[in-house]
Design a protein around this ligand. Structure first.
Ligand SMILES: Nc1ncnc2c1ncn2[C@@H]1O[C@H](COP(=O)(O)OP(=O)(O)OP(=O)(O)O)[C@@H](O)[C@H]1O
Ligand SMILES: [Mg+2]
Length: 235
């Protein structure tokens, strides 16, 4: 059974059908990417998995458990963490405080300092900045903090909504490299992006346009597709 299974998902906003018949599985070993342009339906899919928006049809399961219909806190408790678009960190709190407010002892395996140290190991920059107000961090550091907050409760699946948005190519590369480290430490990743550079560290994924799947496959298949080469790499 897959860690996350999305079956025939349909998402509507009133009369607008934003996502139609989207199905995919994420395995524990995956960095699974949902690549698509503005308005493709990527955020809608993540919000639906998180319980923030109900599906109009289809279902989402986590192993033997059905997630569709659960409240967001129950989905989070099942080990699925969501780093939303726009980061949403507490800008007046310090790095350390931001990590502390995210910690839920019942969900995390160990203690608060243990969870924080695990985050600092992945993002040493956050340790250097731990007493600094989050609002004074650079865009890249704020994204690290948003990811660090999600990692505080040792999720089995980390979902990220366009983490590269607004970052320099160098910072984007560093952040993607860190996602590889997080994956290697045992957390599966579901990554939403418009930036095709993410294909470098993906295992598998989907290309989505106007709410529908246009291509599915492993990293190489997505990378080599004429559609992707034309739309994302300008080749
Ligand atoms: N709350 C909402 N009410 C009405 N329509 C919405 C709502 N949220 C999203 N939509 C519409 O659903 C479609 C998919 O939007 P979504 O935000 O999922 O796309 P996206 O792929 O995340 O785009 P972007 O890359 O710009 O973030 C769009 O046409 C959008 O206008
Ligand atoms: Mg979006």
């Amino acid at each position: 059974m897959a860690l996350l299974s999305v079956e025939h998902l349909r998402i509507c906003y009133g009369d607008l059908v934003a996502v139609r018949d989207v199905s995919f599985d994420v395995e524990p070993s995956d960095v699974f990417v949902l690549l698509g342009a503005n308005g493709a339906g990527k955020t809608s899919i993540l919000r639906c998995i998180s319980g923030l928006h109900p599906p109009s049809a289809g279902r989402v399961t986590n192993g033997a458990r059905t997630l569709s219909g659960l409240r967001p806190h129950s989905v989070a408790r099942a080990g699925i963490a969501h780093v939303p678009e726009g980061r949403r960190i507490f800008s007046t709190l310090t790095v350390e405080e931001n990590l502390a407010v995210s910690f839920i002892r019942a969900r995390a395996g160990g203690t608060l300092p243990q969870a924080r140290d695990a985050v600092y190991e992945i993002f040493p920059r956050l340790k250097e900045r731990r007493h600094q107000a989050a609002g004074t961090l650079s865009g890249g550091e704020q994204q690290m903090l948003a990811i660090g907050r999600a990692l505080m409760n040792a999720p089995t699946l980390l979902m990220l909504d366009e983490p590269s948005l607004g970052l320099s190519p160098l910072m984007t590369e560093l952040m993607f490299e860190r996602l590889g480290v997080i994956r290697a430490a045992g957390t599966a990743i579901l990554l939403v992006e418009q930036n095709a550079a993410c294909l470098e560290m993906a295992t598998r994924g989907l290309i989505i346009a106007n709410g529908s799947i246009v291509l599915a496959g492993d990293r190489q298949r997505l990378h080599d597709a004429d559609f992707v080469r034309a739309a994302y790499f300008g080749l």
